[in-house]
Write a protein that binds this ligand. Structure first.
Ligand SMILES: Cc1cc2nc3c(=O)[nH]c(=O)nc-3n(C[C@H](O)[C@H](O)[C@H](O)COP(=O)(O)OP(=O)(O)OC[C@H]3O[C@@H](n4cnc5c(N)ncnc54)[C@H](O)[C@@H]3O)c2cc1C
Length: 352
């Protein structure tokens, strides 16, 4: 690690998988870190309780599964406890005239006290509806994909021999060995078994975007569990002055390639390595390098995942006939595999 007079300080907004991974990477790079997260504590994954498959971000209702919570906990538990400000809502930021520091305002949601945090770098890890991105890049809008996902967890711990579970085991004899996808015209279902005799299902249905008022009511109902699926046209820049974007704050992606958590960790690790290599005094060069490594990769991944979703949901595409699972070709089946995602196996050279 490089020797320094002063450690650069990063303020990370968002303490989900991208924010926590970034905190870890920047500490390893020799920096000081503060994480501002509006939820009141880390996600808990009591495997026998009701919270196993529920949201980390209540507003967005992300279906975070046990592995996600486990991975988050694994990284979080290696961090100094005092660096994460749970229950703090990020409000605004401003950059100093000479662009050397950034000042962030956040509200303690328990006491309503506003705090100021001053640092060298602001990392936006506040998810697909990123407030930081809205400030910096107001033209970058979420795009409704024309489909949504209903999801739920079926608990069969008390009814292992029921007709329902026997029927599903007969239909999917390898249930328990990975993810099953069932395709039908205009829709598909993803199904996989969780620990402790539970099944997670996600049902993607093509439909017009619900009216905002109705969508709010649906989303705020705990059961059933609905995600309207959005992505975003790829950005042309993922940093500006002392502000950098990672994972969903930079590139919301449709979930069909199940690669988002992996991408969050890759973003964080590359950012950490670039800062370590170029140092605090070369912050902008480090951010430029981060952008040059990650932007081409995530751009291709977002567009590929968008196309996979459009094909699977049978949506019209200018260069092909709508997908029909009954008459599909082997080439189509190849595209739909998760492994077809560009850079699926790649480790960024910066990390080698
Ligand atoms: C139906 C569905 C299925 C999916 N399946 C998979 C899968 O199989 N594999 C996979 O890898 N990914 C999957 N994903 C995607 C994955 O859940 C997200 O991409 C991932 O959570 C993004 O991580 P993030 O840290 O960038 O953002 P988020 O997880 O959205 O976290 C953002 C954080 O910022 C905080 N925040 C936001 N605003 C503020 C504020 N103003 N102040 C303070 N804190 C704030 C939020 O509370 C939240 O904790 C799926 C998503 C959906 C919708």
């Amino acid at each position: 690690m490089r020797e320094r007079m002063r450690k650069p300080k990063a303020i990370i907004v968002g303490g989900s998988i991208a924010g926590i991974s970034c905190a870890k990477a920047l500490i390893l790079a020799g920096g000081d870190v503060v994480v501002i997260e509006k939820t009141c504590g880390p996600p808990t994954g009591n495997p026998t309780g009701a919270g196993i498959n529920r949201a980390v971000d209540q507003e967005k209702n992300i279906c975070a599964d046990f592995l996600f919570i486990f991975l988050h906990g694994l990284i979080y538990n290696t961090l100094p406890v005092e660096i994460v400000f749970w229950g703090h809502l990020y409000l605004t930021f401003c950059i100093s005239h000479n662009k050397s520091t950034v000042n962030v305002k956040a509200k303690n949601l328990r006491t309503d006290v506003i705090i100021d945090v001053v640092g060298d770098l602001l990392v936006a890890a506040d998810g697909s509806r990123s407030s930081v991105r809205r400030t910096f890049l107001p033209d970058s809008k979420l795009r409704y994909t024309c489909y949504c996902a209903w999801s739920g967890v079926f608990d069969f711990s008390e009814s292992e021999n029921s007709e329902t579970i026997q029927g599903i085991r007969k239909a999917y004899p390898t249930l328990g060995n990975g993810v099953h996808t069932d395709l039908a015209p205009g829709t598909h279902i993803v199904l996989y078994e969780l620990m402790y005799k539970r099944l997670n299902w996600i049902w993607y249905i093509s439909q017009p975007e619900p009216e905002l008022k109705l969508a709010r009511v649906i989303k705020e109902t705990k059961e059933p569990f609905l995600n309207l699926i959005y992505d975003c046209d790829p950005l042309t820049q993922v940093y500006c002055d002392n502000v950098v974007f990672i994972r969903d704050a930079a590139h919301p992606i449709t979930p069909h390639c199940a690669r988002s958590t992996n991408m969050a960790i890759a973003d964080a690790a590359v950012l950490g390595k670039c800062l370590e290599k170029l140092g605090e005094e070369n912050l902008h060069s480090a951010l430029e390098e981060y952008q040059s490594v990650r932007l081409p990769v995530t751009t291709k991944q977002v567009l590929h995942s968008r196309r996979v979703g459009q094909i699977k949901l049978g949506l019209p595409l200018p260069d092909r006939v709508p997908f029909d699972p009954k008459t599909t070709s082997p080439e189509d089946c190849e595209i739909l595999k998760q492994r077809s995602l560009p850079f699926f196996d790649d480790v960024p050279a910066t990390l080698e």
